[in-house]
Design a protein around this ligand. Structure first.
Ligand code: CA
Length: 230
């Protein structure tokens, strides 16, 4: 496995390298000190995962992430310093998979990396009913195809999983903690921001409006419910 670290602080890169050498030997660590170099390396080296610092000498981590997401779905974990004015929601909206605050403990970093990789690896949930329909929305579970008014909707694996669990429990409120545990994993049950960002994205893609929802209803302070058509 190949991990690309985009970070200009040599001590941080060295600590990460050492941590992998001690705990996870099959990982090759590549380094880029500048943002543009990092983007090029994502393209040329095709890493399995990227650790991306926010403060870089040329362009900042958000811009790097934006450029990476223009051509790649590689999992990205942002590295942030405690005194950075890191905007978690902005990072998630740009497509970061997770973030870790520096100085981090190496075991904590490894746990985050494993959680992100496990999430991508999880097979799509299976359903006995082959498809689901509600108003203009159609889901075919075997092919994971989602359509709105007959037009295919392109969902990321995480967006699909979120929709799947909402639909399978249509009519019932799923709490923030339940959804986070089902979709992201138990370590994430307090990360309500993740859920908000993804629900917003899902609504956009399904052409749903939070004020007059047709599919996903917010239960303020509690969770979300997929609306059963009457
Ligand atoms: Ca830095």
């Amino acid at each position: 496995m190949k991990v690309l670290v985009i970070e200009d602080a040599p001590d941080v890169v060295e600590a990460i390298r050492l941590g992998f050498a001690l705990q996870w030997r099959e990982v090759d660590v590549l380094g880029a000190e500048r943002g543009e170099e990092g983007v090029d390396m994502v393209e040329s080296e095709r890493p399995d995962l990227v650790l991306l610092d926010i403060g870089l000498p040329d362009i900042d981590g958000y811009e790097v992430l934006r450029e990476i997401r223009a051509f790649s779905d590689v999992p990205v974990i942002m590295l942030t310093a405690r005194d950075d004015t890191f905007d978690k929601v902005k990072g998630l909206e740009l497509g970061a998979d997770d973030y870790v605050t520096k100085p981090f403990d190496h075991l904590e970093l490894l746990a985050r990396i494993r959680a992100v990789l496990r999430r991508l690896d999880m097979p799509a949930p299976r359903s006995r009913a082959p498809s689901f329909r509600s108003r203009d929305l159609e889901i075919h579970f075997d092919t994971r195809e989602v359509r709105v008014r007959g037009e295919p909707v392109d969902l990321t694996p995480t967006e699909y999983k979120l929709l799947y669990h909402l639909v399978r429990n249509a009519g019932r409120v799923l709490t923030h903690g339940t959804l986070l545990a089902k979709v992201w994993g138990r370590e994430y049950i307090d990360e309500v921001d993740y859920l908000r960002v993804y629900i917003r994205r899902l609504r956009d893609k399904l052409d749903d409006e939070p004020e007059h929802p047709r599919y996903i209803e917010t239960e303020r302070g509690l969770g979300y419910r997929f609306i059963v058509e009457r």
